[in-house]
Design a protein around this ligand. Structure first.
Ligand code: NAI
Length: 329
């Protein structure tokens, strides 16, 4: 099989390199898939995509015209793929459903701790030999209430970690996870109660039509004043402009984000020589109580190894004419 891997980054190279010259031919491309770059797929059997590649209906049409019948996603999320269109075109799509829930869960907890204990400010003071502690007071995580929205693989891993910190855990998810209820005393509740009671709220649900702007100003108004909001799931789950309003008013006391609704043209690339055109991101960057990382929750050695192995397994299944259990319907 010949597979072109779009949005391929140097950090993936060591994992995929060893598969390069085996039975499949792999082409690593740093191009992001769009209507302009779909032509690169000509002559390949499959394409492999990452989170910010555009697999909308018109782009899928172009891939289909080039003979692409199988797509391997190097991500768990698939909100960037028009699955209905893929189905209509007879294109199969497989993802990496669980490469390491710990990678993202631990990143979310890192954001919580770094915001709480003001690690960025502390480090910049120390390197200026300013050892004053004024303004750096944090809070004990122990005894705080954390609201987890979405208790699938990552949300339930967060519950496991935060149980160890001695947090009280509330959850909102239409599907209840019995194991975390029993093992970590997670209490499922409605959204309003979770908002009203939580000191920290962390999002771990998928982005789809139903969950777009899941958090807006009406939700924010119901939260505890000074709440910490963490989003390591997908940027479009929160209305960023309304989060900014919440930070300005003090209703949101801390905001940690690894994903951003307009990340598509920015994240994963070096724009350090460019003039930033995104005023929303610029405003977020100006807050000392907002901590931003560039969609790196997944970026651990374990996760990258699993992403590579599952992607190659999905490709093997396609080559052998069998259905991978990782295919989306
Ligand atoms: P999962 O599919 O295992 O769990 C998602 C959970 O959300 C399920 O329990 C589901 O019932 C729940 N859910 C769905 N709709 C909901 C709603 N309206 N309200 C409340 N709960 C709802 O997914 P997983 O693997 O735990 O991933 C969670 C999120 O993390 C996804 O958005 C994914 O895209 C994102 N992610 C982010 C990464 C990063 O690098 N920052 C890497 C991997 C995933």
């Amino acid at each position: 099989m010949k597979m072109i891997l779009y949005s391929f980054h140097a950090y993936e190279q060591p994992y995929f390199e060893k598969f390069k010259s085996k039975e499949h031919q792999l082409l690593f491309s740093d191009q992001v898939l769009s209507d302009k770059t779909a032509s690169l797929s000509k002559g390949f059997d499959t394409v492999s995509l990452f989170a910010n590649d555009d697999a909308s209906a018109p782009v899928l049409e172009l891939l289909h015209r080039n003979g692409i019948r199988f797509i391997t996603l190097r991500s768990a999320g698939y909100n960037h793929v028009d699955l209905n269109k893929a189905k209509q075109l007879g294109m199969r799509v497989a993802r990496v459903p669980a490469y390491s829930p710990f990678s993202v869960a631990e990143h979310a907890v890192m954001l919580m701790l770094a915001l709480n204990r003001k690690v960025i400010q502390s480090h910049s003071r120390v390197i200026q030999q300013n050892f004053s502690l004024n303004g750096l007071t944090g809070f004990d995580m122990n005894g705080k209430t954390v609201g987890i929205i979405g208790t699938g693989k990552i949300g339930s891993t967060i519950a496991r970690i935060l149980h160890g910190f001695g947090c009280r855990l509330l959850a909102f998810d239409p599907v209840q996870n019995e194991e975390i209820k029993q093992r970590y005393q997670v209490m499922y509740t409605d959204r309003e109660t979770l908002y009203r009671s939580s000191d920290i709220i962390t999002l771990h649900l998928p982005l789809n039509e139903e969950t777009h702007y899941f958090i807006d100003r009406t939700d924010i108004a119901q939260m505890k004043a000074g709440v910490m909001l963490i989003n390591t799931a997908r940027g479009g789950l929160v209305n960023t402009n309304e989060v900014i309003e919440g930070i300005k008013s003090g209703q949101i006391g801390y905001f940690g984000m690894d994903v951003y609704e307009n990340e598509h043209d920015l994240f994963f690339e070096d724009h350090s020589q460019d003039i930033l055109q995104d005023d929303i991101l610029a405003r977020l960057m100006s807050f000392r109580n907002a901590l931003i990382t560039g969609h790196q929750g997944f970026l651990t050695d374990t996760a990258l190894k699993n992403i590579c192995e599952t992607t190659m397994y999905n490709l093997d299944c396609f080559a052998k004419g069998i259905t991978s259990e990782n295919e989306l319907s």
